[in-house]
Write a protein that binds this ligand. Sequence first.
Ligand code: GTP
Length: 597
Amino acid sequence: GNSSNKRNFSIIAHIDHGKSTLADRILEYTGTVSKREMKEQLLDKMDLEREKGITIKAQAVTLFYDAKDGKNYELNLIDTPGHVDFIYEVSRSLAACEGAILVVDATQGVEAQTLANVYLALENNLEIIPVINKIDLPNADVEKVKNEIEEVIGLDAQDAVLTSAKTGIGIVDLLEAIVNRIPVPKDSSNEPLRGLIFDSHFDDYRGVVTYIRVMDGVVKKGDKIKVMSTGKEFDILEVGIFSPNMHPTSKLEAGDVGYIISGIKNINDTRVGDTITLIKNPATEPLEGYRQVQPMVFAGLYPLSTDDYEDLRDAISKLQLNDASLLFEPETSSVLGFGFRVGFLGLLHMEIIIERLRREHNIDLISTAPSVIYRVTMDSGEVMEIDNPMNLPKLGIKYIEEPFVKGTIIVPKEFVGNVMELCQQKRGIYKSMEYLDEMRTMISYELPLAEIVIDFYDKLKSRTKGYASFEYEFIGYKESKLVKVDILVSENIVDAFSFIVHSENAYYRGRAMVEKLKEVIPRQQFEVPIQAAMGSRIIARETIRAMRKNVLAKCYGGDISRKRKLLEKQKEGKKRMKSIGNVEIPQEAFLSVLKLD
Ligand code: GTP
């Protein structure tokens, strides 16, 4: 093996600082390979079809660069998902690299996500190359950003690469910095195989395509491998690199980044962070750091029509083929019928999945409000994990604990008061405050995850005119005074509306919830009382007055097409409604708890 001409790196950045544009410029500049690939694709349309799914999700790409020293280098750029929901994946992608390019916008400076990513890169012992981007903009302030990188992050920024991903300034400097500053991967191809799985996707034609970084040893077609955490064994059918499409090679060796295809049918058999090794000459220890990803947020998904139940199950299973972090199991609600309890990494993940079920699988569904996992210790000493407020025991609870996160917020000075007020409202515990420069402040709080899941980010943005950036990490469970609030519609408990809340906020949230429901549930032909209750005690009540809704009354009998339009509109409006008893309730109502002020 010869790894001296290989460099493996990721680009990390706060959202909008220019990561994608910079990656495009690098791909363009080193474009020789993709030009050839592009031709091949044109010759073979079938392949193009096949590869489509891959280029969309391309998480790794191999580039070839002719450096100023006259040598040709093989550079692997490994992409990292940009959102905190996928932080574990980011961490594993970084573990596959020796270096990271840290992109900071010359007009914005260091942001919360920049910091979170830098910490991950440092944990993985990566060489970090600071890059100050968007230097073409008139308000770029390179010196100030350099100072910030040094003061806030503690990295030497004197040799920061200055770029404009837009105009192409500095791209060669950046490529040279990658070659000269990122460490050469360890050449350990004589050792037993250890390959780090950092991503995978399900391909309809080829089964699971697993993305690996070979840390030690060599892997090639025909090898028999096993996954170290499960002991499951597979035959290697193909190995190759992404350049940017799948391109078979004879082998992958220590220092290489590429893919393996091995007849794996289920993505759960190759989880991100796991290690593969050869059966014949196995490694004794797996690579560091594998852990099972735990969903943090749970919600019930119910088909609007009971006929769609099996379709919904199929659709979630299909999505799961590409997303090992998605968990689900059947759930029944007395008012919503048969559905599934689904576990997500976070709110964004939940929104993406629901949208895909609706759009790609054409399933009309209702989702209940998301919940975190509460840890309930009973008088008997038994400990239960409750991810659904419906299942909170009525009696015998000794105490309840909830997940907490450490939140970091970076914000212009003038908004510090607003941010602190919001964090207090959300039961935050103040930790620290630091001045980044004369303009901006970094505030840190411990916050209950449940409060963040609700609407923290939207509120933070609106109270800081969009200027605040926010990042959080899970820190553990803490005991809290929590109670369950039930909602009754026409005197019946709607289990899907129940929520768990801090006892100090129970009255306020119960009241807000019934007011919100009064707004969003359309009037029926009879009076509908809506109540909030803690146990058997009613804590709030509103009444939706009866009304016979006659949309055609406005049309004076004349215009037929207008009538039809109105009827259609009314039908459309009904579409995502669920009948509870004899009350029609729109989807919006189920998410009301997310929108309480
Ligand atoms: P996400 O994909 O949303 O995470 O953002 P990103 O970090 O990948 O940023 P992206 O590359 O999408 O750039 C964000 C915006 O900044 C886009 O409108 C780009 O056109 C613009 N942009 C990126 N680099 C430069 C630059 O060097 N100069 C200028 N003027 N604009 C840039």
